[in-house]
Write a protein that binds this ligand. Structure first.
Ligand code: MF3
Ligand code: CO
Ligand code: CO
Length: 267
């Protein structure tokens, strides 16, 4: 149970994979409109990744132990869907909020990032949940530096979510990432500061809080993948891939169209 340390060469490759991942999200935003199906969004992303980026969509046929192979190239989680929503032929409608989660493999290295999008005007509640969840991700990112503990990340996220009246999903977490999609460590989005492994330069992992407007409990639908809130309350998620640097952190999945970091972040 050791956390891989990436070399500068490997980190440079992950920067490339990470930027491509962000660029898929930059591209797909314009297509998130009333009447489009999540299956069409999947196809558009797949074609960009394969034909233009000459990269591989990591989710397609991904089969962790105990799971059937994932059938699509992206995850699309609408409204009360928490994560791993399988794209299909349901049309989006005004007021829907959707998380699109993209993982690209380029030159053998992974980038993993997700953002929230809304179809037309979101409700005030949905907008607030997405904004607070975005801040939660950045509260977690902001504590990353050598010598910090992984528990500091979870504690910062949990505090911000719960102080705003929301709950943190426990069953899914961030993860180490590199030549493998999911590797050590597990990055919990709740916990106690000062606990867990100490961070060192060259560690690479995702921070991807799933925050619910209602209770934290989730269940998996009959497709074996799509995760929903048990109480059908709205859920939001944002994700970046991060490397620990000598002085703090670097976000590997930035791209030209990524939303700005919140004002409390001084980069
Ligand atoms: N991208 C997801 C994550 O952030 C994992 C999706 S696995 C899939 O870890 F098989 F559902 F695609
Ligand atoms: Co991830
Ligand atoms: Co992801």
């Amino acid at each position: 149970m050791s956390i891989p340390i990436k070399t500068p060469d490997q980190i440079e490759k992950m920067r490339v994979a990470g930027r491509l991942t962000g660029e898929v999200l930059d591209y797909i935003g314009a297509f998130v409109k009333s009447g489009v199906t999540t299956g069409e969004l999947d196809r558009l992303c797949h074609d960009l990744i394969v034909n233009v980026q000459q990269a591989i969509p990591a989710p397609l046929n991904y089969a962790p132990p105990g799971h059937a192979p994932y059938p699509k190239s992206i995850c699309s989680s609408v409204n009360h869907q928490v994560c791993h929503g399988v794209p299909g032929d349901k049309k989006l409608k005004n007021g829907d909020v959707i998380n699109l989660d993209i993982t690209v493999i380029k030159d053998g290295w992974h980038g993993d990032s997700s953002r929230m999008f809304s179809v037309g005007e979101p409700s005030i509640q949905a907008r607030r949940l997405s904004e607070i969840t975005y801040e939660c991700m950045w509260k977690g990112i902001a504590v990353v530096r050598p010598g910090a503990h992984l528990g500091d990340v979870g504690a910062a996220i949990q505090r911000h979510a719960e102080s705003n009246g929301y709950s943190v999903v426990r069953e899914f977490c961030g993860h180490g990432i590199g030549a493998a999609f999911h590797e050590e460590p597990q990055v919990l989005h709740y916990g106690k500061a000062g606990t867990g492994p100490k961070l060192e330069p060259g560690m690479v992992f995702t921070i991807e809080p799933m925050i619910n407007a209602g209770r934290r409990d989730v269940r998996v639908l009959g497709d074996g993948w799509t995760v929903v809130t048990k109480d059908h309350s709205l859920s939001a998620q944002w994700e970046h891939t991060i490397v620990v640097t000598e002085t703090g952190f670097e976000v590997l999945t930035q791209s030209a169209g990524a939303p700005a970091a919140p004002a409390f972040i001084t980069l």
